[in-house]
Ligand binder design. Structure first.
Ligand code: NAP
Length: 358
């Protein structure tokens, strides 16, 4: 813990001072919203590109979320992403074009960064975290050579919903093959990612790099920690990704081939009883129940189900036997909450509970 964190902790009782990199973007704004009145963390620094830096956050950010900009954050001066911020812990919502170098620079300077960008996800010593699924992977941080600084990553937003639904099936029945077709929300493309004219009355059947992420990230997350490295899971995954005119919430149609041959009711039982470390530790952002199953054949739907448990739970439905694989079902998760800022905050809460933020 650096001197600034110690001083700020004194000022704000026992809260940990944190900064948000990329605070003006889609994910950055969600961080600012979710960290308001957080029991462990207090936002003391906000940073973005040199274009935005130098003025109060409230005057620069084009706020897109319901409700006002949190007052305390609105007053903070936006800074550039240079490692002279007065906190030791950072949440990053940086664009991938700059995240790699900036996050490395911060880690080398002694900061701990929880990132939403793709750049460090496959570094051998960087955990790719879904706290309910692979809490033990945090130990990978011990392999890092940044000194006191660390980098921890959040997976891609579609990966998170899918893997949360797959993990209990893998544990109970063995997972052999997965086919996924996503219908992804506009907010997943970032604040200025899509022109209205391109997505209104339309579906865009391609998202650059997304299929590769969905096909590779689950293998690391569902892998086994073995002597300070991850042995990736052996599962065949094929993915197709589409952008659809929905504001928030990624819907995914998934087919699975399982090693054992369970009944439908066995899958539902696995999902509805699933819990992980965040639930056992009663972490502040942990949903009481991570997975909800809906028997109605037309559920889940983005507008109706993306906000279950403040957007931290995943909704599943439409379970049927499949003529090609064993089963097919639909999965819905909130891309900027569970799939980004909320997931990263849950990871930071897990790190605190496990003693990584001493
Ligand atoms: P975004 O809305 O485009 O925001 C990008 C942020 O990066 C902005 O704050 C921007 O600041 C900052 N930035 C851009 N260039 C910079 C530079 N040269 N130096 C410093 N900061 C710079 O993107 P987003 O959707 O929030 O996504 C952020 C990251 O999270 C991406 O890596 C994305 O892949 C990942 N992610 C997004 C989602 C989602 O649902 N949106 C989900 C999971 C993961 P300015 O405003 O000053 O330009």
């Amino acid at each position: 813990m650096n001197e600034w964190t110690r001083r700020l902790m004194n000022r704000h009782a026992d809260k940990i001072a944190v900064g948000v990199l990329g605070a003006t973007g889609s994910v950055g704004q969600k961080f600012i919203q979710l960290l308001q009145n957080h029991p462990y963390f207090e936002v003391t620094e906000v940073a973005a590109s040199p274009r935005s830096a130098g003025r109060p956050y409230g005057q620069v950010v084009q706020w897109t979320l319901p409700g006002n900009i949190p007052k305390e954050a609105a007053r903070l001066k936006l800074k550039e992403c240079q490692p002279d911020l007065q906190c030791a812990f950072l949440f990053s919502g940086l664009d991938a074009s700059v995240a790699g170098t900036i996050e490395t620079d911060f880690a080398r300077a002694g900061y701990t960064v929880v990132s939403n960008a793709k750049n460090h996800r496959f570094d051998a010593d960087v955990p790719l975290m879904i706290p309910e699924v692979n809490a033990d992977h945090l130990q990978l941080m011990h392999q890092q050579s940044y000194g006191t600084g660390k980098i921890i990553t959040n997976p891609n937003c579609s990966t998170i919903g899918m893997v949360l639904a797959l993990k209990p099936l893998m544990d109970a029945f063995g997972l052999q093959q997965v086919n996924a077709v996503t219908m992804q929300a506009i907010s997943g493309a970032g604040f200025s990612g899509l022109a209205a004219a391109s997505i209104t009355d339309n579906v865009i059947p391609y998202i650059k790099g997304e299929e590769e992420k969905l096909e590779t990230e689950p293998l690391k997350i569902l892998g086994q920690l073995n002597g300070g490295k991850i042995d990736e899971a052996s599962i065949n995954i094929s993915a197709r990704c589409n952008r659809v005119p929905v504001i928030d919430g990624h819907l995914e149609s998934i087919q699975v081939a399982l090693q054992n041959k369970p009944q439908k009711k066995d899958l539902i039982e696995c999902w509805t009883t699933f819990a992980g470390e965040p639930q056992r530790l009663k972490l502040p952002s942990a949903p009481l129940q991570p997975l909800y199953y809906f028997a109605e054949p037309h559920y889940p739907q983005p507008r109706l189900h993306r906000d279950i448990e403040q957007g931290m739970a995943v909704a599943i439905g439409g379970l049927r036997t499949c003529n090609l694989f064993d089963f097919k079902f639909n999965v819905l998760s909130h891309n900027t909450v569970r799939g980004a800022a909320g997931g990263a905050i849950l990871c930071a809460e897990l790190m605190k509970a496990k003693g990584y933020l001493q």
